[in-house]
Design a protein around this ligand. Structure first.
Ligand code: DGL
Length: 258
């Protein structure tokens, strides 16, 4: 029991985007402790070389395991697409839960409709995503590499976000029914995306399913923390600039709502 109480869920993203996944997890696992790593020294991952993403994911995972993580959650679609297989092979004794663009959800819930998948270049070009895409292809799908979007969401500049969306997704207005948010940063601008594409578009986001899957895995492995006390969240950002680290932390806790 003591062992379980001291252990935590390790979660990471290239920045603060993974907060959209953590929020869903906390809703169903409120008594767990969390360490969240935001790798802002090295982001964006979206157009980074594969080898570097794998190296960073390996270093972060190692750190999280050394700091008592009983499970790792990759709250970044790009990192999942590129590094999850490597991490699972390397760290065989710890469950590694990885998010992926919710394209199967479209197949399950609104298959026969025009669909836009928004994700990073790294995700869209990855083998992992392409396997998923081929398996559930509805032949009415546009894949959009949103180069630079995660960066401006990190910055938090509303005007830049609206301008970017206008220029890059404006052309899909009225032509799309389903939108897959294939990057964990994008749910942070769901409202702005709907403002451009129309209030009626259906948004698909894999975060909730990750949370449910994580809970199942912890239950199956007997790793759930049953002590009914609200868990702690530790936030670490890798930036070398103190101000930047402070700002990230502030925004992260604002977004998490605590
Ligand atoms: N949040 C990450 C994702 O889900 C990527 C952001 C980045 O490009 O660093 O893909």
């Amino acid at each position: 029991m003591q062992e379980k109480a001291n252990s935590c869920i390790g979660i990471f993203d290239s920045g603060i985007g993974g907060v959209t996944v953590l929020k869903e997890i906390i809703k169903i696992l409120p008594y767990e402790n969390y360490i969240y790593i935001s790798d802002s020294k090295n982001n964006p991952y979206g157009d980074m070389k594969k080898e570097k993403i794998i190296k960073r994911c390996e270093e972060i995972t190692k750190y999280l395991i050394e700091n008592k993580s009983k499970v790792i959650v990759i709250a970044c679609n790009t990192a999942s697409a590129i590094a999850s297989e490597f991490l699972r092979k390397k760290y065989k004794n710890i469950p590694i839960i990885a998010i992926e663009p919710a394209y199967k959800m479209v197949y399950d819930h609104n298959y026969d409709k025009e669909t836009l998948v928004m994700a990073t270049k790294g995700t869209i070009e990855s083998e992992k995503f392409n396997l998923l895409y081929k398996k559930y292809n509805n032949h009415k799908t546009q894949l959009l590499e949103c180069v630079g979007l995660a960066e401006i969401i990190e910055e938090g500049n509303k005007e830049k976000i609206v301008k970017y969306l206008d220029e890059n997704i404006g052309k899909y207005k009225g032509k799309i029914e389903n939108v897959v948010l294939g990057c964990t940063h994008y749910p942070l601008i769901e409202k702005e995306i709907k403002n451009i594409l129309g209030r009626n578009v259906r948004i698909f986001n894999g975060a909730k399913n990750v949370a449910i899957h994580l809970k199942d895995v912890l239950e199956k492995d007997g790793l759930i923390n049953n002590i009914e006390k609200k868990g702690k969240i530790e936030f670490l950002d890798t930036s070398l600039e103190i101000e930047k680290r402070k700002n990230k932390k502030k925004r992260f806790f604002e977004l998490i709502g605590g």
